[in-house]
Design a protein. Structure first.
Ligand SMILES: [Zn+2]
Length: 250
């Protein structure tokens, strides 16, 4: 039973993780994340203004159609009123029909005025939408530039780390076949949960062993296993707890 290769592997792997984290937590990596979020916001604003513009155009078209229809009705009514006026000269008893047409005309004119107001309102909404669209496009462009610059710097940083990363990965690959498969599997399972280190030395306080990973004491069974085989699984955090003394003698 040899843990030394696993521990060697773990040391290298932690070094690799440190570099990866350094890259992930670098200012430029953070900037890239912020840029991605900002870009999503700007994109949403652009899409919203486009949708808004489409519905404005549609509504505007409808209003214009209504306005034209009302205009036609007004023209027709005016012709009718003119005729009625002439008829009135001959037959003065037709006053009520004439008045009815005049009232209708007033109603149509007020309808036309209301449509005109709505058209003016749509136009100002349209201007507002265009402004929002422009602002969002400008923002998106700025964010894209900001992202590109941060990405460029991060790539440079990444390149400086590449040889070291490559060297560590090569060593890890070489070590892996020399490690007990069970240990390797346990190592990968524990680290996949973000627990580093996965293999920790046992802490001995008087007669009690505890896990250096989570600080919890080992049970009687755990301690016995640790003593007999020089390693055991921590009952609290599932890390592998080992004693170096026995491993050295194995
Ligand atoms: Zn533990």
């Amino acid at each position: 039973m040899k843990l030394d290769k696993l521990l060697e592997y773990q040391k290298l792997d932690i070094g690799l993780r440190r570099i990866t984290l350094e890259l992930e937590k670098s200012d430029d990596a953070k900037k890239i994340e912020v840029a991605k979020q900002e870009f999503a916001i700007a994109k949403k604003a652009i899409e919203d203004s486009e949708k808004n513009a489409l519905s404005l155009v549609e509504f505007f078209g409808e209003l214009e159609k209504n306005y034209q229809e009302v205009g036609k009705k007004i023209d027709k009514l005016i012709d009718q009123i003119e005729k009625q006026e002439k008829e009135l000269e001959k037959k003065p008893d037709k006053t009520s029909e004439f008045e009815k047409s005049i009232n209708e005309l007033a109603a149509l004119k007020s309808e036309a005025a209301s449509i005109e107001n709505k058209i003016a309102d749509q136009k100002s909404k349209g201007d507002e939408t265009i402004q929002k669209y422009k602002a969002a496009s400008d923002r998106a462009k700025k964010v894209r530039d900001f992202h590109a610059k941060a990405k460029e710097r991060l790539d440079i940083l990444q390149k400086t780390k590449d040889p070291e990363i490559k060297a560590i990965k090569t060593s890890l690959k070489k070590l892996e076949p020399q490690i007990d498969e069970i240990f390797m599997t346990q190592y990968k399972t524990i680290t996949s949960e973000g627990k580093y280190p996965a293999f920790v030395e046992a802490h001995l306080d008087g007669k009690n062993f505890s896990c250096k990973g989570c600080g919890m004491s080992l049970s009687q069974t755990g301690s016995s296993a640790l003593i007999s085989q020089s390693y055991t699984s921590c009952e609290s955090c599932r890390r592998i707890v080992y004693t170096l003394g026995k491993i050295a003698s194995n």
